[in-house]
Design a protein around this ligand. Structure first.
Ligand SMILES: Cc1cc2nc3c(=O)[nH]c(=O)nc-3n(C[C@H](O)[C@H](O)[C@H](O)COP(=O)(O)OP(=O)(O)OC[C@H]3O[C@@H](n4cnc5c(N)ncnc54)[C@H](O)[C@@H]3O)c2cc1C
Length: 391
């Protein structure tokens, strides 16, 4: 088995890195992706435009849709480098979720209207699926859409959506047939985010990153904005969810924080010696490093399967679960090594690693985004191990 990249892939990685680092200003001090301030957001937009100009915003899409037609491995290298160097991104589900969904399920009119705007980085899309009573159990969603002439009229509520910046479209699931079995009465829509009747209520979870509650009150949505067939939204949504679970970016982000932790341990002296010279610290760092490398290999295994058109069932959940479990554990071990500075936010002269360890401890987007650890375990149990569904 060959664990190395080809010469060509290594060259590609060097080129990608050079290009990305060239987009960042001298002395770039990254703010966490889910807490970008105005300056960080402006830089993220600049990066987005530069990526789009190369077709790299949607690198795996066919060139005819504004992508670069990159192979799975090249896309993953790009993702890894983006995450490792903490290149800021505009939050949004256009390139990774909505676009691929439209390529698979969209009408010609939808493709023509949305895909060029997504690939150019012009329009921002939020995934608006979760509801107060429908998170893990997404099929319990209650937001209703009733057909009225050429429109659907939407009423209901979504929660934990988006961020504090602008949005153009909401990629949403609604209930169109309340009498059908739960999964068969749901339809997917792209709803113009500025439609009359939509109210956004900011939600500030303990984790920090700003989310929104969204209320729909008699919002008229043209039938042409339906994605896939009426009452066929569950298949559309499940296909879409599968697209966001390779996990390679999460691992790269954690690897970078680990590398910074090692530097911190080399540079910080306690009781007359560097932390990195303490055998207990070295052992803990070695354990973390081994886990990180193992996770990275798992992610690459998943990508390798994808690149070779082998079926993916439980593998994305396996990668996702590992990062979800490892993140908080990494934060706890790092806090044991670093001590109280690991608990102090960015911006204080007392914080360690520019507040990254403090952020990692409350990074609920990592643990909850795309399904909680328990949901990933259920998927692995059922699709990977063939165990029966729990009651
Ligand atoms: C920071 C953040 C960002 C988010 N961003 C978005 C977004 O952009 N768009 C969007 O649509 N949603 C978003 N969400 C919502 C997210 O998808 C849900 O929070 C997630 O699916 C969990 O749902 P819930 O919060 O309703 O918890 P629940 O589903 O009520 O779960 C509560 C607990 O019960 C456990 N549990 C539930 N069911 C089972 C089961 N069958 N077996 C075992 N354990 C179970 C869960 O693991 C969890 O620990 C976001 C959430 C967070 C925290």
């Amino acid at each position: 088995m060959e664990f190395r990249f080809t010469e060509e892939q290594e060259r590609f990685r060097r080129d990608v890195r050079e290009f990305l680092l060239g987009l960042l200003p001298p002395g770039y001090d990254p703010v966490e992706q889910d807490e970008l301030d105005e300056a960080g957001y402006a830089l993220a937009k600049h990066v987005q435009k530069a990526l789009a100009a190369r077709g790299w915003l949607c690198p795996g899409w066919p060139v005819e849709y504004g992508g670069a037609g990159m192979s799975v491995v090249e896309q993953a290298i790009l993702n890894e480098e983006m995450a490792y160097w903490r290149v800021p991104r505009v939050y949004g589900m256009g390139p990774g979720l909505v676009g691929p969904t439209l390529i698979k399920f969209g009408s010609d009119e939808q493709k023509a209207r949305h895909l060029p705007r997504i690939a150019a980085g012009d329009w921002v899309y939020w995934q608006a699926f979760s509801e107060p009573h429908a998170g893990s159990d997404l099929a319990a969603l209650r937001t209703r859409a009733v057909q009225d002439g050429d429109d659907f009229v939407v009423n209901g509520q979504k929660v934990y959506i988006g961020d504090e910046h602008e949005v153009d479209y909401l990629y949403t699931l609604v209930r169109t047939d309340p009498d059908a079995p739960r999964h068969r009465g749901i339809t997917a829509f792209l709803i113009d985010a500025r439609s009359p009747g939509i109210t956004y209520l900011p939600l500030k979870p303990l984790a920090g990153a700003r989310k929104n509650q969204i209320f729909f009150e008699n919002v008229r949505v043209p039938a042409r904005d339906m994605v896939g067939p009426v009452n066929g939204g569950w298949t559309v949504a499940m296909t879409s969810l599968g697209l966001e679970r390779s996990g390679i970016g999460n691992v790269a982000e954690l690897r970078r924080t680990f590398d910074e932790l090692v530097t911190y341990c080399r540079e910080t002296r306690r009781a007359g010696r560097a932390l990195a010279d303490d055998p207990t610290v070295r052992a803990r760092l070695a354990e973390l490093k081994i886990e990180l490398e193992r996770m990275r290999l798992f992610s690459w295994r998943t990508l390798w399967r994808q690149a070779n058109d082998l079926p993916l069932t439980y593998e994305p959940s396996q990668g996702s679960l590992q990062a979800k479990v490892f993140g908080p554990r990494f934060a706890a071990v790092a806090a044991e090594i670093v001590g109280p500075p690991a608990l102090i936010k960015r911006g204080s002269r007392w914080s360690a690693l520019a507040g990254r360890l403090e952020h990692l401890q409350r990074y609920s987007l990592l643990t909850h985004g795309g399904g909680t650890p328990e949901i990933q375990k259920n998927i692995i149990a059922q699709r990977g191990l063939g165990l029966p569904r729990g009651r």
